[in-house]
Design a protein around this ligand. Structure first.
Ligand SMILES: O=P(O)(O)OC[C@H]1O[C@](O)(CO)[C@@H](O)[C@@H]1O
Length: 250
């Protein structure tokens, strides 16, 4: 596990975008795994900037998002499909057929989960997966006590997660109760993982990730076993760690 320190959120965002830019420069048809939430917003802004400066092109790339709410139409402004359109897709040259999100509106959810996995497999697997981390250690929407072997599935959202995400909705009741998410196993299968952690409110989460044991009670703890994982964290998020630990790239 490599840890990279950013002085602030802006620097973290640029560092993350540079990782993606490097990936698609080396492999123009790279398969990128994308995340939503507040954390990657700055990274998407930085990527759009690089695209506008003609530094990068997504013309040959494909993307797969980690998760989507169940029951929200892609035009619903709280759906992750809408988020991705607003924050990235409408600004770049990624082909719409190659921009994938789980289908939160499918009649048959089990089928939708299988179909999503199949599309990832057909694309050759994910080269670089960006993830954020929830306050309870979730990755994607894999809540605490999700088995590490879990594949794409429908999940009932934890109270903490619904509360944390209520800021995007008119009320807590409006936050969907379920989501469809890549499983922990899918995340671990990506060739490279990039975890972004920003802000002091995530300091204790990062502390637990770095010093804690591997446990299904804290889903992110598994990523320490991934052979190619980088964490980019800003000063706020790093405030719970001993400086020597991140300088040494623990
Ligand atoms: O970046 P945020 O908004 O703190 O969210 C952290 C994680 O929580 C989720 O938004 C789901 O609640 C993930 O998609 C994200 O990685």
């Amino acid at each position: 596990m490599t840890m990279e320190k950013a002085k602030d959120y802006k620097e973290l965002s640029v560092m993350a975008a540079e990782r993606i830019a490097m990936k698609i420069s080396n492999k123009p048809n790279a398969v990128l795994g994308l995340a939503t939430g507040s954390t990657p917003e700055g990274m998407y802004d930085a990527l759009i900037k690089m695209y506008n400066q003609k530094r990068i092109s997504f013309a040959e790339a494909a993307t797969f998002n980690l998760d989507e709410y169940v029951g929200l139409h892609s035009d619903d402004e709280n759906s992750y499909a809408y988020y991705m359109k607003q924050h990235l897709f409408q600004h770049i040259d990624l082909s719409p057929e190659k921009a994938h999100l789980p289908d939160g509106e499918a009649d048959d959810m089990d089928e939708a989960c299988k179909a999503y996995e199949q599309r990832i497999e057909e694309a050759g697997g994910i080269d670089l997966q960006v993830i954020g981390i929830g306050l309870n250690g979730h990755i994607g929407f894999n809540e605490p006590h999700t088995p590490f072997e879990q594949r794409t599935h429908v999940v009932e959202l934890d109270k903490t997660t619904r509360n944390a995400n209520a800021r995007f909705f008119p009320s807590l009741e409006a936050v969907p109760t379920h989501a469809i998410t890549m499983g922990i196993q899918n995340i671990m299968e990506s060739k490279e993982l990039l975890l972004l952690v920003a802000g002091e409110q995530k300091a204790s989460v990062l502390e637990r990730l770095v010093y804690g044991d591997k446990t299904e009670a804290f889903p992110a703890s598994i990523i320490k076993e991934h052979p190619n994982v980088t964490i980019i964290a800003d000063q706020g998020a790093l405030s719970g760690l001993k400086a020597a630990d991140y300088q040494a790239g623990k």
